[in-house]
Write a protein that binds this ligand. Sequence first.
Ligand code: NAP
Length: 328
Amino acid sequence: MSKLVTIYGGSGFVGRYIVRRMAKEGWRVRVAVRNPNDALFVKTYGDVGQVEPVLCNIRDEASVRSVMQGADGVVNCVGILNGSGKNTFAAVQADGAARIARIAAAEGVAHLVQISAIGADRASDSAYARSKAQGEAGVIAAFPGAVILRPSVVFGAEDQFFNRFAAMTRLGPVLPVVGADTRFQPVFVDDVAQAAVRGVLGQAAPGIYELGGPDVATFRELMTRMLAVIHRRRLVLNLPFFAARTMAFGFDMLQVVSLGLIPNGMLTRDQVKNLARDNVVAPGARGFAELGIVPTAMAAVLPEYLWRYRPSGQYKAIKDSAKNLKKD
Ligand SMILES: NC(=O)c1ccc[n+]([C@@H]2O[C@H](COP(=O)([O-])OP(=O)(O)OC[C@H]3O[C@@H](n4cnc5c(N)ncnc54)[C@H](OP(=O)(O)O)[C@@H]3O)[C@@H](O)[C@H]2O)c1
């Protein structure tokens, strides 16, 4: 019987890459999500019956326990950017993470990987960063052998970072950003997945790893690189923090008065707090080097999925070469 890994949040952006890699390793994979019907696509990552989406809400003790039955390894990649209803930062990122670790220890799971985030800090003014730190503490207390991965902003075909800003360039000549001078160290999604797999296979020493790619750049520089890839010229406008806070307050209030029917997917006040802080690997932190992984550069990946935001999509290169023909 091949080994079994339960991946909480395995249908998400990062989770699906971990699922794919664990399936390639020959493991059976249980993908624990709230809506398994929406996660059926993960079945194609393995042989028939190898990858199964199952119903689970990490806020619910019984469902976390039932999907962990018989698991040799566990990965928790459940995370939220904005609390909504009962899915609050505390319930999901602090209590949910600790619950998974406690049950994993009780069930005798061999290896646990927790996906956290750079900036996790119990003293932070951001609820996101605080709940990530509380989750880490809960995991370490219950499962001291856990591997905790803290990525910087993650990029890849389905990311919500470059895709989002590239899509915004279609709206007009100005590209507004908050925290243009804040530094990031974008990390490729499949490198994060590789690190998680090392943890599940017991090839990583327990503890915290900060994961950043080879490039450190400010938000403004990242937008400039993205604009070069999509062959568009836009004015990158830095919104002052007070203006961003006011806008975010409006979006947050819209979510509140609509009783969550209009979720704030634009900008929250909590995100504005995080955008004021650099998001790079701390000096001396363990990272990819200790895991034996060489991180992938943005330049190698961005054109592979951002081409669709070029003015004529995949025909841009053909049109450019046709223009050259006319000149001759
Ligand atoms: N993406 C980044 O740039 C980035 C950067 C740093 C850290 N991280 C961390 O990396 C992890 C993965 O992020 P991601 O970008 O892959 O997020 P994502 O695409 O939003 O995926 C999150 C997953 O969590 C599931 N989920 C949410 N609430 C749940 C609940 N109560 N019970 C069970 N499942 C639940 C979601 O599925 P359903 O909603 O269908 O249940 C989804 O599968 C998170 O911990 C995140 O904080 C991400």
